[in-house]
Ligand binder design. Structure first.
Ligand code: AMP
Ligand code: GLY
Length: 419
């Protein structure tokens, strides 16, 4: 098979690493890719928003299937565009992708299909929202969410009403997330522990793609603002078979059936973020693709061929697919440019990758090569390392033993991943 991967982050590096090992693969291409992905794929520098150009590449290289990594092209309808041209695509339609692309859509969808979730109300102007906040007297605190995509940063959870009001102002008046914040939600703050459940769905059938726990806040002890993710472990130690069965019956199956009933069957990866509360699991968010850095801990644990699973998802064959997993757990730590998720400096020279041991897999998130072949930082999240081990302590020893060898100016990482 000739496979085209879309994306350029750590998640796509993990997908490329995984697909590259498939006996079904003839050749892997990636638009636009990154220096880590280049080890496995021919990277082609095309804007991922340019659907026509992507289709040209598909024809030119006789691509059999397209795997879409990030959420933006899914929400923008790349799958719909390519499927109309008879191209096989791994990733949901733009309608189904609204589960991630519009938090208001997701909440109303869950309401229609009786999926458990926090109470919510949505707004298209600040006045009513601020009045509701002032009169709510919430003891737990406040949760405000931009409706649209915001790279994992569009949510504020706070105890302080002043911060909540000021975030409404940021979203609506200051437009810090552009159009994404012109509609927004205020939600009941639910208490509990969080876990992420990954499911492959072929429209009607599904197979669990394991669980993970990510570390969203930038600083140790879960302090500081939300990021795209500073590290992850898989499987989630919090989700046993009994909890998974409850999540399956109360959330996953109703979502799959709901999409199908609405005439828009979901095909691809559903990433369900749940809060395990005293009153059962509640949906915190949906994503419609693998997580980043969750892909970097899930795919290394997968013993079965991922490309076979991708094909079964596209072709409606998940009923007959059994996935096998390595016994070990996986742990990933992300190395960032200090300042992320706020302002940070790019273009710093990265050294030390050659001294990383066989204990760790290296995945590039935001790097680029200069003309001399030097590796430079190119984003907030720069690189991440994953280790497999029989327990968290050993995985931590492996990853943290290696990550300190990677050097660049103002490198930063959390020291408490897995604790
Ligand atoms: P999201 O991007 O929707 O996953 O939200 C980011 C983080 O905010 C989640 O991982 C939770 O820790 C927290 N969060 C979101 N919604 C709620 C909620 N309704 N109650 C409590 N915490 C929440
Ligand atoms: N790590 C969170 C995400 O991929 O959305």
């Amino acid at each position: 098979m000739r496979v085209l991967l879309i994306g350029s982050g750590g998640r796509e590096n993990a997908i490329a690493w995984s697909v590259y090992a498939s006996p079904l693969l003839e050749k892997l291409y990636c638009i636009p890719g990154n220096p880590g992905i280049k080890e496995f794929a021919v990277c082609i520098d095309v804007n991922i928003k340019n659907n026509e150009k992507i289709y040209d590449i598909i024809q030119q290289y006789e691509i059999d299937i397209v795997v879409i990594g990030p959420e933006a092209p899914l929400v923008d309808g790349l799958t719909d565009f390519l499927e109309k041209k008879q191209v096989k695509v791994f990733g949901p339609s733009s309608y189904a992708a609204q589960l991630e692309g519009s938090k208001v859509f997701a909440r109303l969808f869950c309401e229609r299909h009786s999926v458990p979730q926090p109470d919510f109300k949505f707004y298209s102007s600040p006045e009513n929202a601020i009045n509701d906040l002032k009169s709510s007297n919430s003891k737990n605190g406040y949760v405000i969410k931009a409706d649209g995509l915001a790279s994992g940063k569009g949510v504020l959870v706070t105890e302080e009403i002043e911060d909540a009001i000021s975030f409404v102002d940021d979203l609506y008046n200051k437009e810090i997330f552009g159009h994404s914040g012109k509609q927004f939600l205020i939600e009941e703050k639910v208490l509990g522990t969080e876990a992420s459940i990954f499911t492959l769905i072929d429209g009607k059938n599904y197979v669990f793609l394991s669980t993970a726990q990510d570390y969203k806040r930038v600083f140790e002890n879960n302090l500081g603002p939300n990021t795209g993710g500073m590290g992850a472990i898989s499987p989630s130690p919090l989700v046993d078979e009994k909890i998974l069965e409850k999540i399956e019956n109360e959330i996953i199956i109703p979502v799959i059936n709901g999409m199908d009933q609405e005439g828009k069957p979901f095909k691809g990866v559903l990433y369900t973020g749940v809060m395990l509360t005293d009153n059962g699991p509640k949906v915190i968010e949906f994503n419609v693709r693998l997580g980043d850095p969750e892909a970097q801990v899930i795919l290394p644990r997968l013993k079965s061929d991922f490309l076979t699973a991708i094909l079964a998802t596209i072709d409606g064959g998940l009923k007959h697919l059994n996935l096998r997993w390595h016994e070990e757990i996986a742990l990933n730590v992300v190395l960032t440019s200090s300042g992320y998720p706020g302002n940070f400096i790019k273009g710093k020279r990265i050294t030390g990758l050659n001294s990383i041991s066989n204990n760790s897999l290296i995945f590039h998130s935001g790097t680029k090569s200069d003309k001399l072949g030097n590796l430079l930082t190119n984003s907030g999240r720069v690189l991440s390392l994953t280790s497999l081990a029989k327990n968290i302590d050993e995985a931590r020893k492996k990853v943290y033993g290696d990550i300190k060898k990677i050097k660049f100016d103002k490198a930063f990482y959390r020291k408490d991943i897995g604790l």
